[in-house]
Design a protein around this ligand. Structure first.
Ligand SMILES: *[C@@H]1O[C@H](CO)[C@@H](O)[C@H](O)[C@H]1NC(C)=O
Ligand SMILES: *[C@@H]1O[C@H](CO)[C@@H](O)[C@H](O)[C@H]1NC(C)=O
Ligand SMILES: *[C@@H]1O[C@H](CO)[C@@H](O)[C@H](O)[C@H]1NC(C)=O
Ligand SMILES: *[C@@H]1O[C@H](CO)[C@@H](O)[C@H](O)[C@H]1NC(C)=O
Ligand SMILES: *[C@@H]1O[C@H](CO)[C@@H](O)[C@H](O)[C@H]1NC(C)=O
Ligand SMILES: *[C@@H]1O[C@H](CO)[C@@H](O)[C@H](O)[C@H]1NC(C)=O
Length: 705
């Protein structure tokens, strides 16, 4: 077993309290550590094969059923399907969503952190991870003549004295590099030398051994003793047959040595952002209403020094120091606050903003008496997001943010604060929210922004802010999720409490009776149909209580499946490799749910009887008054069902997601589960359809006349 400290901490926490799963992820242990080869080995990467589960059968169940809806719509809904992007987990941002193709572009990743968290969070303790010399040249790290305060280390290439021998360096990418015809690649880097000299540089994408060139540019550059930026758009790309390629910078001119830093290569990105196009398009298809960012453990930081600091993530890349990744490697913060929030708004979603409240993800905390400057940094961040005028508003616009404030739905205070009682979450929550309320007392609309607590807290009676008292990550087995169908039925409707579930996922098949669902053989690598249906049952329960349940976000969103070791927390909503992205079974269901939102719920009068038949239902009307009913058949049996709508409806639209068996899954290799049209007919006030086995079905019908 190969575990990082964070993983060990999380095992301990889980064993101590097996009923509630406290962390937003855990390290997946490679099946066998002998499969693990360091990056830079030529190949092959180990690809995941399928869920680690044995077999499962559905339960039998009863006779012909009727769904009985109340005659009038009930409560107004505030429920949104959201998503959660945890930076750095599973190579989900650097190496994933962030389209940068160069790994370790400014020599920041510490040398012991290729697949794991490095030991040192000091800037400048970087390495040559993912870099190799070209030919006989010598490659080393130096701190001479720093490019900037934030990027103090660079690579020095010393050339072989023989003229005509290629000299330079190459980058292996995160998990290889595609070279695609029709794509435009933006290449850039900084170069300097100890003596001024003019050299002809070649750079581009090549096969790993440099014998084939897919796109190659020649540029004559005057390399001076000051750092010179070099930029070039690379097009006319010859398609490479695989991803076993490198980006290289080389010269055959005679030069003694030169230094390189901040090497960057971007393909075409999503609508002028820095985000990978195919991944962004899937996120768009999901139609999230709000996105949570920064995390999670990534907000908290592996250490206090490596916490998320908004003001280090804005401005020119040369001035971004990045930080030790909480999960692995180094977080460049290239996908910083402005890039991420602009992207989220482009998706049509609102922001759920994580604010740091003084403790890291390993239980170290700033003493309460010393908190002030740390909390002030969070208050400044909120000014940066919300101010309409003044220095923070100007800073936002100057750094590429919008003129108008960002549209914030909620502030989420800390992460999993309740895990470490010594951290005194309540005091931290109270201090930070008091500072915010003071500064924003006159800010229009501030009261409408929700506050999400990440550990149990008490709020005084008459508290005017809508607050989630305890946002608890929910990870479990399918049956854990089935049992949460009625979790909110009895919640108080008379105070300002709302509920968010900003992390949930069925992570274990439940078929292995694992004592520890994170590390037993039932741990899922990919979502399975049964697990996704169970999550959907939980979501339908939230829709039925949509007057007090505000949001829910599956976690993690992104899972880089290029290499077993890259995916630390499974399953992911979107699984991707260097060239493809696939939505999991959970992604399909949640996309169907979020594309068919209800704005008012309708009570299902006989939901108890249906539940006994393992049929779970939510119902409501959308903004245009159409009736939407969602049904999960969590069973092996299929049979006709009718829905008594209580008013005349037009021809229904019917969509279903199902498969052959409970273990069906969608991976990069095979997609067994699809969204398909189904048959539903309306007659008078009733809709009839058949629910197939193990299926999620959505029926929508406009009121007639
Ligand atoms: C990593 O860096 C440390 C400190 O600079 C050094 O002592 C160690 O030998 C390096 N390890 C490897 C594998 O390069
Ligand atoms: C690539 O370069 C072009 C031209 O300089 C620029 O318009 C575009 O925004 C760049 N794209 C990225 C992702 O940097
Ligand atoms: C960010 O803000 C903190 C204090 O809030 C400050 O110590 C730090 O120097 C700032 N970083 C930059 C790059 O300005
Ligand atoms: C409000 O309702 C919630 C949910 O039922 C409950 O947990 C909480 O204690 C209540 N808060 C107050 C201030 O009464
Ligand atoms: C994983 O990370 C690498 C780094 O970008 C990225 O190129 C690749 O597209 C991502 N997906 C996979 C699995 O490689
Ligand atoms: C659920 O699926 C089972 C198994 O295929 C099927 O026999 C049963 O009729 C379905 N339930 C409903 C209510 O359609």
């Amino acid at each position: 077993m190969k575990l990082t400290l964070a993983a060990v901490a999380s095992i301990l926490a889980v064993t101590a309290n097996a009923a509630t799963i406290p962390r937003d992820g855990a390290i997946t242990v490679p099946a066998s550590s002998s499969d693990v080869k360091p990056i830079g080995d030529e190949k092959p990467f180990k690809i995941r094969e399928g869920p680690q589960v044995t077999d499962g059968t559905g339960a039998p169940f009863a006779s012909s059923l009727k769904v009985q809806l109340a005659s009038k719509a009930g409560a107004k809904c505030m429920y949104d399907m959201n998503t959660f992007v945890e930076s750095n987990l599973n190579y989900g941002s650097d190496g994933g969503l962030y389209a940068e193709m160069i790994r370790n572009r400014a020599f920041q990743s510490s040398n012991d952190s290729v697949f794991g968290v490095g030991k040192s969070d000091a800037m400048g303790s970087g390495s040559l991870t993912a870099w190799q010399p070209v030919g006989q040249s010598k490659l080393e790290l130096v701190q001479d003549e720093p490019l900037s305060k934030a990027l103090p280390v660079s690579a020095k290439v010393t050339c072989d004295t023989k003229k005509g021998a290629a000299c330079g360096l190459k980058n292996l990418g995160f998990f290889g590099m595609p070279a695609v015809t029709g794509e435009t690649y933006n290449a850039s880097f900084y170069i300097r030398a100890d003596k001024e000299q003019t050299v002809k540089l070649n750079f581009g994408l090549y096969s790993f051994d440099l014998t084939q060139s897919w796109v190659d540019e020649t540029k004559t550059v005057t390399v001076g003793t000051k750092w010179t930026p070099v930029n070039m758009v690379l097009d006319s790309v010859k398609a490479a047959p695989d991803v076993n390629n490198v980006f290289a910078i080389k010269t055959e001119d005679s030069i003694e040595s030169f230094q390189i830093n901040l090497v960057s290569l971007f393909p075409d990105t999503f609508e002028g952002t820095v985000v990978r196009k195919d991944v962004a398009e899937k996120m768009l298809a999901f139609k999230p209403k709000a996105i949570r960012w920064p995390g999670g453990n990534d907000l908290a930081g592996h250490t206090i020094a490596s916490r998320f600091q908004w003001n280090n993530t804005i401005g020119p890349l040369v001035d971004r120091p990045g930080r030790l990744g909480n999960w692995q490697g180094w977080n460049t913060d290239g996908l910083g606050a402005v890039e991420m929030y602009n992207f989220i708004e482009k998706l049509g979603a609102r922001l759920i903003v994580g604010l740091w409240c003084g403790s890291d993800s390993n239980g170290q905390a700033v003493p309460v008496d010393d908190l002030e400057p740390y909390l002030q940094q969070q208050v400044d961040f909120v000014h940066f997001l919300l101010d309409t005028e003044g220095k923070f508003a100007e800073m936002r616009v100057k750094n590429g943010g919008p003129q108008k404030p960002y549209d914030v739905q909620a502030f989420m205070i800390g992460n999993e604060g309740g895990l470490k009682p010594s951290v005194d979450y309540q005091t931290r929550f109270d201090k930070l929210t008091a500072m915010l309320k003071k500064d924003f007392a006159n800010h229009k609309g501030f009261d409408e922004i929700d506050l999400i607590a990440t550990a149990p807290i008490c709020v005084p009676t008459g508290y005017k802010y809508r607050v989630d008292l305890l946002n608890q990550p929910i990870y479990g087995t399918p049956s854990d999720f089935i049992s949460k169908y009625r979790m909110y039925d009895d919640a108080s409707r008379s105070n300002n409490t709302v509920f968010y579930n900003m992390e949930f996922a069925a992570i274990n098949s439940g078929l292995e009776a694992d004592e520890n669902i994170w590390f037993g053989p039932g741990r899922l690598h990919h979502s399975i149909l049964k697990g996704s249906l169970a999550e959907s049952v939980f979501i339908l329960g939230m829709e039925n209580n949509c007057d007090v349940v505000r949001g829910a976000a599956y976690a993690p969103e992104l899972s880089n499946e290029s290499d077993d070791r890259a995916s630390e927390s499974t399953p992911g909503l979107l699984e991707f490799d260097t060239t493809k992205v696939v939505g999991s079974t959970s992604f399909l269901m949640q996309s169907l749910i979020s594309s068919n939102r209800i704005s008012e719920s309708i009570k299902v009068e006989n939901s108890k009887a249906l539940e006994e038949a393992q049929v779970y239902v939510s119902a409501g009307v959308d903004e245009k008054g159409a009736v939407i009913v969602k049904l999960v058949n969590y069973s092996e049996k299929s049979m006709p069902i009718s829905i008594d709508v209580g008013k005349k409806v037009g021809k229904p639209v019917c969509k279903k997601i199902g498969g052959e068996g409970p273990l069906d899954t969608n991976t990069l290799q095979k997609q067994e589960v699809k969204t398909e049209d189904c048959q539903a007919t309306a007659s008078g006030e009733s809709i009839s359809l058949t629910l197939s086995k193990w299926s999620f079905t959505m029926v929508k019908a406009a009121a007639s006349q």
